[in-house]
Design a protein around this ligand. Structure first.
Ligand code: XIL
Length: 393
């Protein structure tokens, strides 16, 4: 009888416990990653021993350094598979990725998802009307796939970072609508099956809760939003399509309420929107508490959509000693990560950059999880622990 109770309680606990929906690492190339890097480490070690025996200690040391890195990657993938935490993501630019080995390494062992910071925006992908330039975005997607990182596509329809031809007033409303759909279709089709999540529409509502007066709205009214989602869905029915916005982390803010209303309306009309991205650009003095963030996330997930934290940074703007400030930052990050982890419909947690030295806010803001020298800040561990992610040393 008692045994029956225990079993029933365990089963009930398993059913109730939130199973983070985005928790499983992507299948396929991930499965063999740990073994692959482990083999590479062993090979490099063996070659290093041979070189040393042949009297070439400098070359041997260089190989040994590479072997240590491969071994670290092997450990990271092993821990990732075991931990199955919620994916951590970061925005990166192709140029820093190519230029900085330390950024690459911090990213590879610190994050499971990559957002191209600018390379998938319209001004970059279609600089001239009808002329698509995919090379940079392609390289980023290839890099991500080589290391088994998910890609968050950002952003298909946005009022900023537009090519000149779309904003110079030379196109009619009809032409703009056509160009918008053509752009969405080309881009989503190209990355179908490789980009799992898309920010389809970015920042369409402003802080007062009104529609942002961008070129798309001015030409097409709010219908552009629906058209963008439907076109993206037709281009890749398996992609998860998000509306992404900043300033929507507080549950009762007019901006948040307006986004909620818009999403509810889209859902009611069967528009294929699957989630809301909360950018969460905040500071140590202005941010949501854990309870507020939990309420904001629930406000969206109650509508039947998923949520992702997509661009978090926490500017240091409160007085105090450096250690005090870093601790305040840790607590702000921890609140958001915990609120996300506790809601089974929160799918990933991303920061807008890896290290403070390459943040869009400039180094003084010091808003990211790694400092200018790519050392892990206290917030890094807090986020990793809250999400259940590996902290490979
Ligand atoms: C920013 C990039 O980080 C900068 O490099 C660029 O100069 C301007 O755009 N919200 C968004 C992002 O959705 O696309 C923005 O990215 C930051 C704010």
């Amino acid at each position: 009888m008692r045994m029956g109770w225990v079993i029933a309680t365990v089963i009930a606990a398993c059913l109730i416990a939130p199973a983070p929906s985005g928790a499983a690492p992507p299948p396929g190339p991930c499965a063999g990653q740990s073994a692959k890097h482990g083999r590479a480490a062993a090979n490099l070690e063996r070659r290093a021993r041979i070189l040393k025996a042949r009297g070439r200690p400098t070359a041997a040391r260089a190989l040994r350094r590479r072997a240590r890195w491969e071994a670290r990657l092997a450990r990271y993938y092993e821990e990732q598979a075991r931990a199955r935490g919620l994916p951590r993501g970061a925005a990166v630019t192709l140029s820093t990725l190519l230029r900085s080995q330390v950024l690459r390494r911090s990213f590879l062992t610190g994050f499971e998802q990559l957002t191209p910071e600018n390379e998938m925006k319209m001004e970059r992908l279609q600089p001239a009307r009808g002329v698509f330039r995919f090379a940079e975005a392609d390289r980023m997607v290839r890099f991500a796939r080589r290391y088994c990182k998910r890609v968050r596509g950002h952003a298909l329809v946005y009022g900023r970072q537009l090519p000149h031809w779309a904003t110079d007033g030379s196109l009619t409303a009809g032409q703009l609508g056509f160009e918008m759909e053509w752009h969405v279709q080309r881009v989503v089709e190209r990355y179908a099956g490789r980009v799992a999540d898309w920010d389809v529409v970015n920042e369409a509502i402003d802080a007062d809760g009104d529609y942002t007066q961008n070129v798309w709205y001015l030409a097409l009214g709010k219908a552009y939003i629906e058209r963008a989602f439907r076109t993206a869905h037709d281009a890749d029915p398996t992609a998860r399509l998000y509306y992404n916005d900043s300033g929507i982390e507080l549950p009762d803010h007019p901006h948040t309420l307006a986004v909620r209303k818009m999403v509810a309306d889209l859902r009611r009309r069967g528009v294929p929107i699957e989630g809301v991205g909360i950018q969460n650009h905040v500071s140590t003095s202005h941010h949501a508490s854990e309870a507020q963030m939990a309420r904001t996330i629930r406000g969206f997930t109650d509508l039947g959509v998923k949520v992702a934290i997509t661009e978090m940074d926490v500017r240091l703007d409160t007085p105090g000693t450096p250690a005090r400030k870093l601790d305040s930052q840790r607590l702000v990050y921890r609140s958001a990560a915990r609120a996300c982890r506790k809601n089974p419909s929160c799918t990933s947690f991303s920061t807008w950059g890896v290290g403070d030295g390459v943040s869009w806010l400039g180094p003084a803001a010091a808003g990211l999880l790694f400092d200018r020298g790519y050392r892990r800040k206290p917030a890094y561990r807090a986020v990793s622990r809250s999400l259940g992610s590996p902290e490979t040393p």
